[in-house]
Design a protein around this ligand. Structure first.
Ligand code: FAD
Ligand code: YCP
Length: 388
């Protein structure tokens, strides 16, 4: 076998995680190729759209800790590129006061000294007008939270990567990966060889991993991204300082419901359900399950009296879920020069800079900056299929 290679590293998939990983690698002077199957920018994966929530409020400490640094890295990218990627709005967390989920959010904010406010029934509507707090629900605000401008963030980080000498080839689908001391990656347009490979293929992760003999317990779901019309334009607008919100799971809703103030489409507020119908990523639009919309309509009619409880716009996006909804960040069990980031379970965007840093550390054989045990594949044990 020849030991020639053209690249130190090839990153497969130019969503938020692959783009940040490529950027970090280029910063570390690694000659890096970023491959993307579609023409950029595109709307067929998980990272498209104008906005995402950024927050420190989490049920688990380890995410809150990672977010401390992630905020710094987002700000660093804003400074480097001279663009605004983050707007602070706060995040209103509401949920059954006595539920485990709500208590975890509240306690975690307090324990980690995240700037926050606890609202009670008497002062709630003074701070958050036009929202009905359900009977038995508590409310806290993560003051650090806000909106990330997602499409702009992707364009920015890809641009910074190219400025560092990184190469992006879009409209080039990876069709085969041959592991070895030098990894051979075949695409619809050519063949490349590199010392190492990072797979950040979002909903297509298992398709790519199959070439390396590994399958993870991932489930791809289609999310109906719903926008709801304000009865009086501006009621829930970002300019009126309306916050993002998160309704923690309850017996009625089972999964989180979340929303962002009206911003990208004037007069429309984005509110979604944190699960959807299972789909093949190449056949996303054949998945027509709208049972989430029924649940959203009920909750919106009850809690958001200023919105028409009928979606005005419905767009599509995909989540790649793991059984525990924690990410997968690991090295291939048989090929140490293949690393992957997958299963971001609908909450990975805000971590983009940190995921990029961690995957870069794994590729370079450095000690990871965070404890990766919640993200390792060994937690799945029986569910991980390896043909090796
Ligand atoms: C509706 C919605 C709302 C969300 N809200 C939030 C939020 O508020 N806050 C938050 O933090 N996160 C949120 N998320 C989650 C976040 O957006 C995702 O976790 C993140 O975008 C995942 O990025 P990724 O890079 O793993 O996947 P992707 O963006 O899907 O990127 C993978 C890329 O790999 C490419 N690819 C796949 N196969 C190949 C191949 N064979 N060859 C070449 N390229 C290939 C794909 O085309 C794709 O571009 C949300 C997600 C959705 C869908
Ligand atoms: O990551 C987030 O912040 C959003 C809201 C909560 C559910 C997942 N997606």
């Amino acid at each position: 076998m020849s030991t020639n290679w053209e690249y130190d590293c090839i990153v497969i998939g130019a969503g938020v995680q692959g783009s940040f990983t490529a950027y970090q690698l280029a910063e570390k002077k690694q000659k890096t190729l970023l491959l993307e199957q579609f023409i950029l920018p595109h709307t067929r994966g998980s990272s498209h759209g104008q906005t995402r929530i950024i927050r420190k409020a989490y049920e688990q400490d380890f995410y809150t800790h990672m977010m401390e640094e992630s905020y710094e890295l987002w700000a660093q990218l804003e400074r480097e590129a001279g663009v605004k990627l983050y707007r602070q709005t706060g995040l209103l967390v509401m949920g059954p006061e006595d539920s485990q989920s709500y208590q975890l959010y509240k306690n975690n904010l307090q324990k980690n000294k995240v700037p926050m406010a606890i609202l009670n029934r008497d002062n709630f509507s003074q701070h958050i007008p036009n929202v009905n707090l359900a009977v038995g629900d508590g409310a806290v605000v993560d003051i650090t939270a806000g909106v990330l401008y997602a499409d702009r963030a992707l364009k920015t980080v890809q641009g910074q990567f190219e400025k560092l000498g990184g190469v992006i080839r879009d409209n080039e689908k990876v069709t085969d990966i041959k592991p070895g001391p030098v990894v051979t990656v075949s695409t619809s347009a050519g063949v490349y060889r590199a010392k190492s490979v990072v797979i950040t293929a979002g909903p297509w992760a298992n398709r790519l991993l199959a070439h390396t003999g590994l399958q993870l317990p991932l489930k791809v779901v289609k999310i109906n991204v719903c926008y709801w019309k304000e009865k009086v334009p501006g009621t829930y607008d970002v300019k009126q300082r309306f916050p993002c919100f998160l309704l923690t799971e309850s017996e009625e809703t089972k999964y989180h419901i979340y929303g962002l103030p009206s911003n990208e489409y004037p007069g429309l507020m984005k509110i979604c359900y944190h699960i959807g119908g299972e789909t093949d990523p190449d056949e996303r639009d054949k998945q027509t399950d709208r049972s989430d919309i029924d649940i959203l309509q009920r909750i919106i009619a009850r809690c958001f009296p200023g919105l028409v409880p009928e979606p005005a716009v419905v767009e599509s996006c995909m989540y790649t879920m793991t059984p525990d909804q924690h990410f997968v960040l690991d090295r291939h069990p048989s090929h140490s020069n293949i690393v992957f980031g997958a299963g971001f379970s609908g909450h990975g965007f805000k971590f983009g800079p940190i995921i990029g840093k961690l995957l870069c550390e794994l590729i370079l054989g450095e000690v990871p900056s965070y404890d990766l045990s919640p993200f390792r594949i060994r937690r799945f044990q029986d569910q991980t299929k390896s043909a090796l």
